[in-house]
Structure formats: structure tokens, C-alpha cells
Design a protein. Sequence first.
Length: 395
Amino acid sequence: MRGDHLIGCGGQGLRIPFVKLMLVMNACHYSYTYTYLTHLLLPTLNTRLMSSPLQDFDPNSVGLQSNNIFGLPFDETNAAVVLLPVPWEVTVSYRPGTARGPEHIYESSLQVDLYDADVTDGWKKGFYMLPVDRNIRKKSDYLRQCAELIISHLIEGGKVEENEQLAGKLAEVNEGGRMLHNWVKEMTCRLLKDGKRVGLIGGDHSTPLGFVAALADVHPDFGVLQIDAHADLREAYEGFTYSHASIMYNVLKEVPQVSKLVQVGIRDYCDEELMLMRESGGRVTTFFDKDIKEQQYEGRTWRDQCQEIIEELPQKVYISFDIDGLDPKLCPNTGTPVPGGFEVEHIFYLFKQLKKSGREIIGFDLNEVSSGSHSHGIDSIVGARILYKLCNYIL
């Protein structure tokens, strides 16, 4: 009975000092109580209600461009989930386009209906996407040109270290990767300190390293659930320290707080990566796409497989979702599509079982979404729906 008391009204709360509350409750004259409530308490409650971002919002109407992601009327201060867009694609190995992923997902998000049967009314707590940083995108565009020269030289059988100009550009690309790492960490650290749940929208898969490092400053032990076609365990692939193909190698190397990496759907990897998996001492557990499918052909259910996956994870979990973990028909414009993969419903069911297990989702990224030359391709439509589900499950 000590301290302040919260009087709620329509989801809004007014904190009233204990002494004043008791004064109202124990007042000898009803007129005093009436005056207190009508002239002090109710105007304040009405002000709170009038300032609610949902006051005039119709969830059954069209998504308004004047609002934010998913057409929701929240801003950074009143949203529970804040999304950081990272328009970066410097080291993509095959097809570019994912630097525009955050913008295309944002545009497609206006077509997402807000009702989610698994997490009803989660959106009422607020989702907000920060503006795309144009300076980061410009830096990505410039360094991408440098990286393309290096990749072309390697494909032709050349050695970068023997070419002074390209060696300089390689150093510049790696310096840019470190800059992005620091920027992402700074941005996400600030949001975490503000008490926000945070998601990151790439960009290529190199983008979340700084975010994982920021989470490590808050959580001394957590696991990473990676949905992906690729293992991403290469060391400095093509000479790029912060390659999109090296993200999980860098996480394991630079973030010791990640006690477990659980990879799901992997179907494209090299001998070096397979050796790292086998020699990780149990820190890495990989569920290969081939094994998952063959077990299902022989009668094993996806439910049983999900339970096995989840049992490998610690209590706190970070989700890293590369959209190429899905069947390529759902992401035909992603940078490096691979035959095989999951339906969206498979992954949503895995997330549902993960949440049901009582584990806490402490953050997530969604990356490698590209619509190619089409700003409204199926990739961004699928990406927007995955993003919405992730936002709901992180609450």
C-alpha cells in the first residue's frame, strides 16, 4: 500500500500519490471528493486519452501513408517496438538490391491487415520504423562499387594483394564495415537503454553484428536462432572482414555472450564452414534442410522437429532471419537464392512454439529482402508479413 497508485482508463494510466488517494477515499464530505475527481483527476485523464495515438485510428481502414510502418500512428517515444533500417549491401556476392529492402518492406507493410490470430492486439503497443539514413545508403552505394571491382578481379583469377589500387579499395571496404558495425551498435544501444524492443531491417546479412554486440551489453548469455539457406560461417569471405557470408563467424568470434548458435534450413555451405560446425564444441548446432526434409518424408512431423530445435536454445533468444531461408518462390529477387527452403507457415509455427516454450525473444533482424527492379515484388510483401509476425512475438 506504499508509494503511488495507478488509476487506469482505456489503457491509459494516471499515477496518484498515496496520500492524495487516501484523502479522497476518506474525505468526510462527498462534495470534496466530487470536486477533487471532477476538477483534478478527470481533466488529467481526459488529457491522457486525447493524446493517445490510437484515439482516431481505425484498424479496419486503409493503411495511411501519413502514419508509420503498417500504417500505425506511433512514433519513437510511444512505440514499444522500434525498427532500425540499415540500407547496406556492400559485400553481396551475386545480385544487389537489398539496400532498398527497408523502403520496399515499409511500402508493402501498408497492405498488412493488423489482426494476428496468434498475438491479438500486439500492434496496440506500437511499432515504429526509424527513417532510413541516407548517408548510410550513400556510403553503401559507393563502397559497393569498390567491392564489385574486387569481386570481378577475384572471379578472373586475380589476387587483390598484388594490385595496389584494389588493395586500397579492400581496406576502404573493411573500414566501412567497421564503421557500420559501430553505427548499428550505437543506435541500438540507445534504443535498448530507452526500454525499447528492437528489430533491425537489412540490408545484407552483415548488418546485425553491431546489434548483437549491443544486446551482449545487456544480456550476459543468449542464443541465436538463424533461419537461412547459408551457414554464413566463412572467415572474411572474398577478403571482406564484414562480409554478409561471414556474419555468424563474426558473431561467434566477437560476441562471447552468444553461448549457442542454432541454424535452421542450411543447404549451401563449404568444407571450411562444416569443419567449424563440427569443431565448435557444441556451440553451433545446424539443422540442414536436407535432413529436415528427409525426416519428414519418412514420417517425422515438423512439430517434433521444432521441439528439437527449440531444446537446443537457451532461455534468451535472438532471431536472425535471412529471407533466403524460405523457398525461392517467396523471395525470387534475394541476392543468393537456393532451391529448397521453407514455407512462411513453417517458420511462423516455429516462432509460435518458441514463444510457447517460455523463451524470451530479445531482438531480431530480417535481411536480404530485395525486390530487384520492382519496388512491389513478392519479396517485400512476404518480408512485410514476416516483419509483422516478428514484431508481435517480441512483445
